[in-house]
Design a binder for this molecule. Sequence first.
Ligand SMILES: Cc1cc2nc3c(=O)[nH]c(=O)nc-3n(C[C@H](O)[C@H](O)[C@H](O)COP(=O)(O)OP(=O)(O)OC[C@H]3O[C@@H](n4cnc5c(N)ncnc54)[C@H](O)[C@@H]3O)c2cc1C
Length: 419
Amino acid sequence: MNHPDAADATEPAAFDALVIGAGPAGSAAATWLAQAGWSVALIEKQDFPRRKVCGECVAASNLPLLHALGIGAAFDALAGPELRDVRVHGAGQAITAGLPPSDNAAMPWGRALGREALDGLLLERARAAGATVWQPWQVVSLQGGAGDWRCTLKSPVDKAPVRLQAPVLIDAHGSWESLPGDTAAPGEPPRAPVERGAALLAFKAHFLQADLPPGTIHVLSLDGGYGGMVVSGGGLCTVACCIRRDHLRALRSQRPGLSAGDAVDGWLRAQCPAVAEALARATRQGGWLACGPLATGRQPLASDPVFRIGNAAGEAHPILGEGMSMALQSAALLCAQLLHDPALRRAPTAAALADCQRRYARDWQRTFGPRMRLAAAFAHAAMHPRAAQLLMALLRHWPGLLTAGARWGGKARVAPLPA
Ligand SMILES: Cc1cc2nc3c(=O)[nH]c(=O)nc-3n(C[C@H](O)[C@H](O)[C@H](O)COP(=O)(O)OP(=O)(O)OC[C@H]3O[C@@H](n4cnc5c(N)ncnc54)[C@H](O)[C@@H]3O)c2cc1C
């Protein structure tokens, strides 16, 4: 850790910004602010490398951001093959179409990289840029409001709690739990998910020696859920999926004693012959990792005193594989607004912070609103057998719809840099 030992200090250690969570969103925001001269505390509760439920496809639209963050070369060296096609499996058929190249001709294709590697690269970049990293420390209490935030951190080992303060609070803690004391902004409806995703649980596993041709993202339409397969860095095959909780319960009740991971593994192979073929001779690396339920549909509120990025701001159905794009790109949108007004550093007024939040919420909605709606429509079609049959019939006649859908979903549009 590169932070002073603030455990004994009576006064909280002061920063320009506190960033909670060092996933792609938090580490990217911490790096951009630190590079611009802000003093930033980046707080991450887990030790890295850590496993993460994710399909691990990084869309080409993010590659310029990764290069601007200073990890482009490392990403290029570690990531899997270029992803040029998408293949949708459903209703007993498979339909393939080309992915659209990104608008940046120098980096046209996305690639996949395990989160153990990617998140570590991003976090170390934030540290190198000058962010003070607290890891593994968890934010256990939050007090104050816009312009004067105070938080208390707890270490898993036996250390005294640490207190930090800053005028700007950036919530990048992901989507699987709420932050302590997190409340809705005044006058706004509670931050409950707009659309609950029908209680979807998410799973992921890595396989070695899978029989999967490289260069294609496989999207799986399944009765009771959806999923994806891809060759990522180091020749690993990443398999990730979402399954309705009631569907999983029914599967497990047929074979008492079956673990959730094994039930999902069997479900994927039984539902999709392409999965069974790809994994027939493969060896799983570690167990199935699970998380959930998904809470899709949130969005940042213009009146929220907390700046939220990544999944903490809003989560799309992962069928489009755009969550990390939204994490990196929402960090870029927010940093562009924070860096636009030099007065926002150090002693910003409540009015200036509120104005910044309004502009960020507007930009977020314009950038990600259509992506969220497209992901929800595709996900619902993919996980209901009747709708999936219609979808596959449509794609059989117009496979170009897949290419167009990937473009509408943001895969080709290069994200603007924050400054
Ligand atoms: C099945 C599935 C497949 C997916 N496939 C893809 C894909 O192929 N491509 C893609 O781009 N996206 C995909 N996603 C989405 C992607 O994984 C997420 O959108 C992305 O991880 C969000 O990044 P984030 O930085 O917002 O949050 P996270 O990556 O969740 O990071 C949040 C961090 O905050 C930390 N934290 C939480 N609470 C605290 C606290 N109190 N104190 C300190 N630290 C805290 C956590 O430990 C965590 O490290 C998929 C998701 C699922 C579920």
